[in-house]
Unconditional design. Sequence first.
Length: 392
Amino acid sequence: MELPLPDRLEKLPPYLFADLRRKIAAARARGVDVISLGIGDPDQPTPDPIIDELCRAARDTSDPDRHRYGCDRPVEAWPQAVCDFYRRRFGVRLGPQQVVTTMGAKDAIAKLALATLNPDELAIAPSPGYPTYNIGHVFAGAVTYYAPLLPQNDFLIDLEAIPAEVRRQAKILWMNYPNNPTTATAPLEFFRRAVEFGRQNDILIAQDNAYSENTYDGYEAPSILQVEGADEVAVEFFSLSKAFCMTGWRVGAVVGAEAAVSALRTVKENIDNGTPRPVQFAAARALSMAEELKPVINSIHQRRRDMVVQALNESGWSIAPPRATIYVWAPVPEKYKGSSAAFATDLLERAGVVVTPGLGYGQWSDGFFRISLTYPDDVIEKAVARIVEAGL
Ligand SMILES: *Cc1c(COP(=O)(O)O)cnc(C)c1O
């Protein structure tokens, strides 16, 4: 059967890692022992108390709805846990109409585009950046304007540099701090300026806070909702995936501006049937134990971060240890400037190590590569030793 793809699939950006993936397969076929540090997906198991709560809720015969659609019978425990957490952690008070349960951040990012953008309308996404902002726009038939994240601006979006015509047309401005892939963090003052920008230009600020709890050295990432009046123009994407080693569980929340939360809820009601109830109970347990669970998980990533940064710095790099996320973002060696893909290919050929070339996240990050800290200590140790030894 011939099945011509619709424009929205044809228009998806080419998968920039496809070429690298082919080269990995070829190297493995030649017998090279390939180690990947490419993917950001925590290797540690989900903490036991969360699993215990999942099992309890799944077996709880006193709840006749336990295996039914999660959307029709909302589990009060999860939105309540999100509200409690936001109050405790950020000092932010959320009303019940300001919270919607999601299947993680990715799901909600794409669906927010469907909830807010008409075909041909404009939305702003950071570059380098998480690809799903643009992919959501493509699915909605909308158009992406890319705002560069540059090292000279500490990888913060240069709001003043966004052209007047773009400000007039754009409906959403995506941001993501702590940032993937650059590991940059944003001070509350930046969020204050972003909220002001949103208010002045009538643009919804969509802050992806997927890494707010993956922080080190005592750093605490802010919520954009800490800015006074932010809940009129901003929504925040909160997820348990990275902080609690729960990427496979598919649970999160979008909080903030009621109009956007409500539009997203409408899309979800028409497309998905909600996160499984036992997962919502387990997620509530995770947040209620956040203060206990976070230090354990973060200390693992912090130890690996230190291993990577120390080894690279001893061999000529000068990387400041990131205060957040589960990555190290490093410049490619001088002779590879402007070709992170060539660096990644040579590293694979000469060291059998896979890193993510900056180019995969957009043209402005071609001078960088990303290492993920979600691999066992001994794997990271071996890979970094090989990178150093290859001497590229
Ligand atoms: C991993 C990641 C997500 C997706 O997280 P889920 O909650 O698992 O969907 C969203 N945004 C960024 C920047 C990420 O790195």
